[in-house]
Design a protein around this ligand. Structure first.
Ligand SMILES: *Cc1c(COP(=O)(O)O)cnc(C)c1O
Length: 405
């Protein structure tokens, strides 16, 4: 990653001027920026090969189908899975809803679903709905006494007590950046044959998860948080588990045969892909994966870690700032508050300097309640950020805070 300046040229938006200042984008946790090759890929598809997939036998239709299925193969390779284990969805949210709906069919009253205190609403609300419909019970692994993270000892204890049917955990927290010890938890839960689901919306780009190594049953993520377009996500499932899930939506494309009397569904993954999919989005995500493949992962990890440490040290040196979360196992996201100031005021002032951060509860209201706060200012880094950007951010942050004092 020593050629960071060259790499930044691949992201046209990073040259933008916002409020008369060069944009400093510190909100990659909300959505990542897109390299030119992804933008070009969308344009190229609609300009040169727009056609539906799995239908026509004409040339364009063939090309579209090939590129579309090639991306499934690329994503499978990227996470060490096989193509038939990859289902295209609208995003991590839809992937979790497909799982909640599908798994609810075999739940009984008093079955336990276990999540953590750090979950995004997308990994809470669908399970609450399932509990309301089936009589299953949602249990939560709480934060430890430092309020920074969950611990393995408490988690193992709860797994032994509850023998959960389903365990659904974020690989990395969007609000605090914590990397959660999911591998150990997945392994431990085999004791009770729990179905394990990992929400990798944040982790996918930063940690490049390996499905064989993690050995979870399901893993979900969104393309738009990993250089790809919006409106597209993935549901990975171990094939034998995935294929037993009931269908979620029905219609064209997901069937083997249909008569007015009866329909026979296809096998996974196509049985979960009713209707015309986000073809252009899938193909453009293929370009995003190619781009990530070109970046040396070890170099990315080292670079992101250095950025994070620099940000952390400088924030810790500002008196009155309180940092949240696990700052040792972290994907490069820091949430903070300043004295009793409202985070919205800080972000509004920062915006005047062209600095984009996120404020609010980050779709994690229960986590904010556990921390006894309404929300935070969140800085989320990506490999295209620089140390200079962090220095400029800190300089302007200090100016903003002095206005509030
Ligand atoms: C963003 C996010 C989601 C939801 O992803 P969508 O792309 O909005 O569907 C779920 N979980 C986590 C941890 C997230 O960061």
């Amino acid at each position: 990653m020593c050629n960071i300046d060259i790499l930044r040229h691949d992201f046209p938006i990073l040259n933008k001027i916002v409020n008369d200042q060069p944009l400093i984008y510190l909100d990659s946790g909300a959505t990542s920026q897109k390299p030119q090759c992804v933008i070009d890929s969308l344009n190229h598809f609609y300009t040169n090969s727009n056609s539906n997939v799995h239908r026509g036998i004409h040339t364009l239709g063939d090309q579209a189908t090939t590129s579309y299925e090639n991306t499934r193969e690329k994503v499978a390779q990227f996470i060490n899975a096989v193509p038939k284990e990859i289902v295209w969805t609208k995003g991590a949210t839809e992937s979790l809803n497909i799982l909640a709906y599908g798994l609810s069919q075999s739940l009984k009253p008093r079955d336990i679903i276990l999540i953590s205190a750090l979950e995004h609403h997308a990994n809470i609300v669908p399970w609450q709905q399932v509990c309301a419909q089936t009589g299953a019970i949602l249990k939560v692994i709480p934060l430890d006494e430092t309020l920074q993270k969950i611990t393995l000892s408490e988690t193992f204890k709860l797994i032994d007590i509850y023998k959960p049917k389903i365990i659904s955990l974020s690989h990395a927290s969007n609000a605090l950046g914590n990397i959660q010890p999911v591998k150990e938890i997945i392994e431990y839960s085999k004791k009770y044959q729990s179905i394990t689901i990992i929400d990798g919306a944040q982790a996918f780009m930063h940690l490049r998860p390996d499905m064989k190594n993690l050995d979870c049953d399901f893993y979900v993520f969104s393309a738009h948080k990993a250089l790809g377009p919006t409106g597209l996500g993935c549901l990975y499932g171990k094939y034998e588990v995935l294929n037993t899930l009931p269908v979620y939506q029905t219609g064209g494309e997901m069937i083997k045969t249909v008569s007015f009397e009866e329909t026979i569904f296809s096998e996974a993954p196509s049985k979960f892909e009713a209707g015309t999919p986000n073809i252009a989005g899938v193909i453009a995500f293929g370009s995003a994966i190619d781009y990530l493949d070109k970046i040396n992962f070890n170099a990315q990890l080292i670079y992101e870690k250095a950025l994070f440490l620099s940000l952390r040290n400088q924030l810790e040196n500002i008196s009155g700032i309180k940092l949240y979360g696990d700052l040792d196992q972290n994907i490069g996201t820091i949430s903070f508050n300043y004295k009793n100031e409202h985070p919205f005021d800080i972000a509004t002032l920062l915006d005047q300097y062209g600095i984009a951060v996120r404020v609010g509860n980050h779709c994690t209201q229960p986590l904010m309640s556990s921390l006894n706060i309404e929300g935070t200012v969140r800085v989320s880094l990506a490999f295209y950020n620089t140390k200079t950007e962090i220095e400029v951010f800190i300089k302007h942050l200090k100016q903003c805070l002095s206005l509030l004092d």
